[in-house]
Ligand binder design. Structure first.
Ligand SMILES: Cc1ncc(COP(=O)(O)O)c(C=O)c1O
Length: 350
């Protein structure tokens, strides 16, 4: 079967490009002695996680426990959760996971550490915990090297926990300095700094410039998307994931309507570009609006213009949110369908 024969809208993954993307980043990280711990929130598919591990990744990263549960059920045994986990229900699920896989977790506050310590003590296990730090992004993370060192000391003070290092997302010019300053404080406290985990796709080719980093977590790199291309981290030709969508209406000479709306493409904006995705066959078209099941395209600058019934290929702005909307993706090589993967961890937000 060819991808042309598939009903639309449909997510298609070019398997040659997918494998090349996995290989390219692994080769780069190997060259620079950085461990690769890809973030599976982009694809949410165990088969792709296994491909990443077979290519040389030391483990995977999952944002949510629900994703980790899917990956453990699929046989993956090395998982990092870079997310504060709070409350008895989540801690119970976490402990359940530790019986079946090596799990590392994250904390940026004493309350979180306390919860981990009590759960691990009751379980009779030792849980590795990394301290999350913020070097200016303004999301989670302790705000200063002193806070990082203090929290590390708190972790090390619990017999049921192991201080396993530092993590941040994304990294920037200040990251190396923050790590160095924290390392000095930790040394004074007699605490070794094992792991420094950084992450992100837009800056992935600069990971080697972050002094002290030992590990990198990239998610989007596996597929690529319009924002990754706009950031200059990947070429259009390397992007592996697309939505094939039909022009279902041409109500005016200037407007084409697609059968993919916000329920397929998501409403995530383009960083530094306009519209909700890029039409590969019509580079001058602008996907300027979305309703739930319709994509609104300005084709006034296209010559020729797409016809009703025509199938076009859209590169989404942000692929991670798109995959979370879809039950399955179709893998193909040069248009020949090879595999249909259920997106098993989609919707696993708890
Ligand atoms: C904690 C963490 N690590 C790694 C990543 C991977 O980022 P990217 O998809 O840009 O590679 C993310 C993305 O949201 C993240 O939140």
């Amino acid at each position: 079967m060819q991808i042309q024969d598939l009903e639309t809208p449909v997510a298609v993954v070019d398997l040659d490009r997918l494998q090349a993307n996995i290989r390219r980043l692994q080769t780069y990280l190997d060259l620079h002695g950085l461990a690769n711990r890809p973030h599976i929130k982009t694809h949410k598919i165990p088969e792709i996680a296994h491909m990443q591990l077979e290519a040389g990744a030391t483990g995977i990263t999952c944002q949510k426990l629900g994703e980790a549960e899917i990956m453990v059920a699929a046989g993956i045994r090395e998982i990092f959760l870079p997310y504060n986990l709070l409350g008895p229900a989540k801690l119970e699920r976490l402990m359940h996971l530790t019986r079946r896989a090596r799990i590392r977790v994250t904390a940026d506050a004493e309350t979180v550490v306390q919860g981990y310590a009590e759960a691990a003590r009751a379980e009779g296990t030792v849980l590795p915990v990394l301290v999350e730090f913020d070097t200016g992004t303004g999301r989670c993370g302790v705000q200063s090297p002193q806070e990082a060192a203090d929290l590390a000391q708190t972790i090390a003070g619990h017999r049921s926990l192991h201080f396993a290092g530092l993590m941040t997302y994304p990294f920037n010019d200040q990251t190396g300095e923050f790590v160095a300053a924290t390392r000095r404080l930790l040394e004074a406290q007699g605490l070794p700094l094992e792991t420094v985990s950084i992450g992100g796709t837009p800056a992935m080719w600069q990971a080697h410039t972050v002094s002290g980093a030992t590990e990198h977590r990239a998610g989007t790199y596996v597929y690529g998307d319009r924002n990754t291309v706009l950031a200059g981290a990947m070429t259009l030709e390397a992007c592996a994931f697309h939505i094939r969508t039909t022009v279902v209406s041409r109500p005016t000479p200037e407007r084409a309507i697609l059968d993919a709306g916000s329920k397929v493409l998501s409403s995530d904006p383009a960083r530094g570009g306009s519209g909700y995705g890029q039409l590969l066959e019509y580079p001058d078209a602008v996907l300027y609006n979305l309703s739930e099941e319709h994509g609104w395209v300005d084709v006034s600058r296209c010559d020729p213009r797409p016809q009703i019934g025509e199938v076009v290929t859209v590169l989404p702005n942000h692929v991670c949110v798109v995959t979370n909307l879809l039950n399955q993706v179709v893998g193909h090589r040069r248009g020949e369908v090879e595999v249909v993967w259920p997106v098993l961890a989609r919707g696993m937000v708890q």
